[in-house]
Design a protein around this ligand. Structure first.
Ligand SMILES: Cc1cc2nc3c(=O)[nH]c(=O)nc-3n(C[C@H](O)[C@H](O)[C@H](O)COP(=O)(O)OP(=O)(O)OC[C@H]3O[C@@H](n4cnc5c(N)ncnc54)[C@H](O)[C@@H]3O)c2cc1C
Ligand code: SF4
Length: 594
């Protein structure tokens, strides 16, 4: 079994998984390791980071010196294939009357967004699972932190995370023996930490899905799969083949030595080694097929290579196509039994859509000018961050919940825009003077990005556009959005905080009002909540295992099922939920309940 190119060999499977990103990859690996015959169906093309990652290419070798363009938004070498904010031939739109335009990020590649994500991996805390009980807003989860904690442990052991334990409020520590050592802060990060301390703002090591040391594969695999010798052998060997980070390249391009986490380098390889996983790529699922008794029987998809319709059958279907695409498949799966879309008895599919609240600011810091050359290589991402620090004064702030701050600065590999500061500080210089000014100012800028919790509201949702189909004939989505004062006030607080830090460092920063400084809805690419979990079928779409209330053999496993979207980036939680759900599903299958 392998990546299928001959679609005619398709047989009937135990489980079909739609999507191969964080949720789909984790489910696929765990089921395959336990002897379940799985077919993974992926809309994008096959993608192999070990062969395709341009790790060492310098910007001068790329068109426009590697600068981001409309179809390569995060730069020429970024690991995004086949899409981005737009996918050719697959439009989406805004519902008339919306206040804001929603941005929807979609790569079309095996492994999905895990190939180019930022790898920031923070556990949700105790408060994050019960937000409504604390402040009356949004929804509580049907589970608590203690239910998910053992699965965070497993996901972190599997993926490999660097970070530290700090004992902070609502910022859970991992048990000993799980995290790998955090890299040392760079000069700019140390300086931010020094000045932030004066403002009582903590700066601590961030957690990222990057190996800072080699993995002891057999020992980790024995902890993860104590009763499964074959899983121990396959995963243990595979983990040991992953190299540790050498601190010199850009994680967003992917990692050919497998030091950072991508579904394609960490989850799919061991799954394929079991012989229990088949993958079809270039296959766009349009709907879930049902029988007359209301059971899912498989999926209907478009084979993008031949542009023909096809079907695949299985006892169980799992949708992991990402938050909005999973809602789209459900809403497009209409039948006499399910006239409003599948698993939509509650009417909640597509509703409660959230994204992180985002706002950012950069600033020049004179103290960082003309530093002597020194080696500040590091992971292709930040080494430190600020967890939310205002729990005690929350009520006075004018917005609910909190945000964390991602920060950075330093002398990364120069590219287009690296010396944009010269336009302000030394406009028009050339020759020897240009070199002097470049040496003076390069690395003398720091940047801050806030990532905050949005409260779900009834004005933020997606639905099927009655007037439009994509190039495959599949009805498309349209979005409706309105920020509430919580998000606008939170972004204002972010701006004031960033300016305070930059000004305390000797820079000159002016905060913008929140509405002006807010990122677009969807722009932070942390969408969640279109098919949320809950305690009953009337008000939610799935139970806490991602099993739909209305169709017993249909599961959802991506961020669509999150009832809230805390400031802590959500992918680690999707991975942990997938592990919990896989355990439940295996048990139900063993007992013959599904
Ligand atoms: C630039 C960037 C930075 C990010 N940084 C972070 C970060 O630091 N920390 C963090 O936690 N999160 C981050 N994220 C978000 C993170 O990538 C996502 O939360 C995560 O990948 C979601 O996993 P998923 O399984 O839901 O979806 P995906 O990883 O997107 O996978 C879904 C897959 O389903 C496929 N698919 C979609 N529709 C269909 C269909 N109809 N038929 C078949 N297949 C289909 C897609 O092609 C895709 O491969 C970032 C994202 C981006 C883009
Ligand atoms: S910085 Fe490390 S993890 Fe990131 S791409 Fe380079 S080697 Fe891989």
């Amino acid at each position: 079994m392998a990546i299928l190119t001959d679609r005619k060999s398709l047989r009937e499977y135990d489980v079909i998984i739609v999507g191969s990103g964080a949720g789909g990859g984790m489910m696929g690996m765990l089921l395959a390791l336990n002897g379940v015959k799985v077919l993974m169906i992926e809309a994008g093309r096959n993608y192999d980071p070990q062969k395709e990652t341009p790790m060492f290419n310098t910007p001068d070798k790329a068109p426009l010196r590697g600068k981001g363009t409309q179809d390569r938004f995060f730069g020429h070498y970024d690991a995004t294939v086949g899409g981005g904010w737009q996918v050719p031939g697959e439009p989406y739109g805004d519902k008339p009357g919306t206040e804001e335009e929603f941005w929807w990020w979609r790569p079309r590649m095996l492994g999905g967004r895990t190939n180019h994500w930022g790898r920031i991996s923070l556990r949700f805390g105790e408060y994050d699972f019960k937000p409504k009980s604390r402040d009356g807003l949004g929804f509580d989860w049907p589970i608590s932190y203690t239910d998910l904690a053992p699965y965070y442990d497993k996901a972190e052991l599997m993926v490999g995370i660097y970070g530290s334990t700090e004992g902070l409020e609502n910022t859970p520590d991992s048990p000993p023996g799980i995290l790998q050592p955090a890299p040392k802060p760079r000069a700019a990060e140390l300086l931010i930490k020094k000045y932030s301390k004066g403002l009582n703002i903590p700066v601590v090591p961030i957690h990222r899905a990057v190996l800072s040391e080699p993995m002891d594969g057999p020992a980790r695999a024995a902890k993860l799969f104590p009763n499964n010798p074959s899983a121990q052998r396959i995963v243990g060997n595979d983990m040991s083949m992953r190299a540790a980070c050498f601190w010199a390249t850009t994680c967003g391009r992917g990692c050919s030595i497998r030091a950072n986490f991508q579904s394609t380098t960490v989850l799919i390889p061991p799954a394929l080694q079991t012989g229990n996983l088949d993958i079809i790529t270039d296959a766009m699922v349009r709907e879930v097929m049902m029988d007359a008794n209301g059971k899912a029987t498989g999926v209907h998809y478009v084979d993008k290579i031949t542009r023909t319709d096809a079907i695949a059958k299985a006892r169980i279907v799992i949708l992991s196509a990402s938050t909005c695409e999973t809602a789209r498949i459900l809403l497009n799966s209409k039948s006499a039994l399910f006239p409003n879309g599948l698993a939509n008895g509650s009417g909640q599919v597509g509703k409660n859509l959230t994204d992180s609240v985002g706002s950012s600011m950069g600033g020049h810091v004179p103290e960082l000018e003309s530093l002597p050359p020194y080696n500040e290589d590091g992971a292709g991402g930040g080494h430190v961050y600020t967890p939310w620090w205002n729990y005690k004064t929350q009520e006075k702030l004018g917005f609910a919940r909190g945000y964390h701050i991602e920060m950075g600065g330093g002398r990364y590999m120069p590219g287009m825009g690296s010396l944009a500061i010269l336009d302000q500080k030394a406009p028009g210089v050339y020759g020897k003077k240009l070199k002097e000014e470049a040496k003076r100012y390069y690395g003398a800028v720091v940047g801050f990005a806030g990532r905050g919790e949005m409260i779900p509201n009834e004005n933020c949702y997606c639905e099927i556009d009655p007037n439009r189909v994509d190039q495959w004939g599949i009805p498309t989505l349209r979005f409706h959005w309105k920020w509430s004062d919580h998000e606008i006030n939170q972004a204002t607080h972010m701006q004031n905080t960033f300016a305070e830090i930059i000004n305390s460092m000797g820079g000159k920063a002016t905060p913008k009002p929140g509405k002006e400084a807010l990122n677009k809805p969807g722009e932070i690419i942390h969408e969640a909540g279109t098919a949320m979990m809950g305690s009953d079928a009337k008000s939610s779409v799935v139970n806490s295992f991602g099993q739909t209330w209305d169709v017993k053999n249909l599961f959802l496993m991506d961020a669509s099922i999150l009832p809230s979207n805390p400031d802590k980036n959500l992918t680690l939680t999707v991975l942990a939920l997938a592990w919990r759900s896989a355990d439940y599903l295996l048990d139900e299958m063993k007992q013959g309940n599904i």
